[in-house]
Write a protein that binds this ligand. Structure first.
Ligand SMILES: [Zn+2]
Length: 338
């Protein structure tokens, strides 16, 4: 699954990169800053005319200025539809999601706030984009104490969301093989027998941060007895634990959908296999792409709206309802599906 899907959730991820030029004046000092407002545009010439979006106080982005602008650092969320508890998530994961990114202007305002503009692109072939930020000094980051370790123990105690489920709640979240065991159990309770697949049938590849495009992918999709999974290690280890949509479970159910069940992406939203990031999109009818794009990361455990309900999406996947099998012709045998 491509990280751009998550970027929809974490739209504030726009400004993290190790390639930032060190042009921050010394007098700006080091320290911690939070976002006051921001704007984005495809052209720098008309960026002045774009209105700022004032920061939502329930979800505040934090920055660190060290010797250089350490861009976007993370987000502190007081309320999230996917998490019962507030948290701080460091989102400068690996710092190299970007093909290029640099600060093109920087100014300390009379108010003491700092205004800076960055030019960036996520992939080599796209045009430059621009973002301008106003940030203010901060003393500390709210909810930073809610680390993954703390959140995990609290959610297990609360038995909220996926932790209320006997199969999902028992997964060792940081062990991909534990996910495979749980996927087999989930399949069994939906009437699908995957008992022939064992841990040793799964080839696992850990990807470094330099693998910028993908958080996870599947291979060996055409072999009914084998599966391959690739995971970007930093994302896997560090993404915040959520009780109503756990990143690792949602990612793995999607990749197992490719690798174990042999399913392709669907342009329709609301499916574990929803995916619009390949070209061409899988489309039999253009209306498939019209609805709201709810990906595996947007589905919510126990959501009242069936379209957004995680369990409903899991059920239709195992039922095969609306799913499209991968065409395992000679060209597709070795394909990697993200
Ligand atoms: Zn996919």
């Amino acid at each position: 699954m491509k990280k751009s899907v998550l970027a929809v959730l974490f739209t504030l991820i726009l400004c993290s990169c190790s390639k930032t030029k060190k042009i921050i004046p010394k007098e700006a000092g080091n320290g911690l800053f939070h976002r006051v407002k921001a704007k984005h545009n495809s052209s720098i010439d008309s960026l002045d005319q774009v209105p700022y979006v004032i920061n939502d106080p329930l979800s505040t982005s934090y920055y660190q200025l060290i010797d250089s602008l350490n861009g976007y650092w993370g987000v502190s969320r007081k309320v999230s539809p996917l998490n019962s508890l507030p948290y701080f998530e460091e989102l400068d994961l690996g710092s190299n999601y970007y093909e290029s990114r640099e600060v093109v202007s920087f100014k300390e305002l009379d108010s003491g706030q700092i205004k800076f503009t960055i030019r960036f692109k996520e992939t080599e072939n796209e045009d430059n984009r621009y973002s301008r930020f106003i940030v203010a000094r901060a003393d500390s980051i709210p909810f930073k104490s809610n680390t993954n370790e703390i959140l995990l123990s609290k959610y297990r105690e609360l038995k909220s969301g996926i932790f209320s489920d006997s199969i999902y709640g028992a997964i060792d979240l940081f062990d991909p093989y534990s996910h495979l065991e749980a996927f087999k159990k989930d399949a069994a309770r939906h009437g699908v027998d995957l008992s022939h697949i064992t841990r040793s049938d799964m080839e696992l590849i850990w990807e470094p941060d330099s693998c910028r495009e993908l958080m996870g992918y599947a291979f060996k999709s055409c072999d009914p007895n084998k599966l391959g999974i690739g995971l970007r290690r930093t994302d896997w280890n560090q993404k915040i634990i959520s009780d109503f949509n756990e990143f690792r479970i949602s990612l793995m159910w999607h990749e197992f959908g490719h690798a174990v069940l042999g399913f392709r992406h669907l342009c329709q939203g609301g499916h574990i296999m929803s995916g619009r990031h390949q070209n061409p999109k899988v489309v039999e009818n253009l209306s498939e792409c019209e609805g709201e794009y709810i990906s595996t990361y947007d589905l919510v455990f126990d959501h009242k709206d069936p379209h957004k309900n995680f369990q409903r999406a899991v059920k239709v996947m195992f039922d095969g309802y609306f799913q499209i099998q991968y065409f395992c012709g000679s060209l597709e045998q070795d394909a990697i599906l993200d």
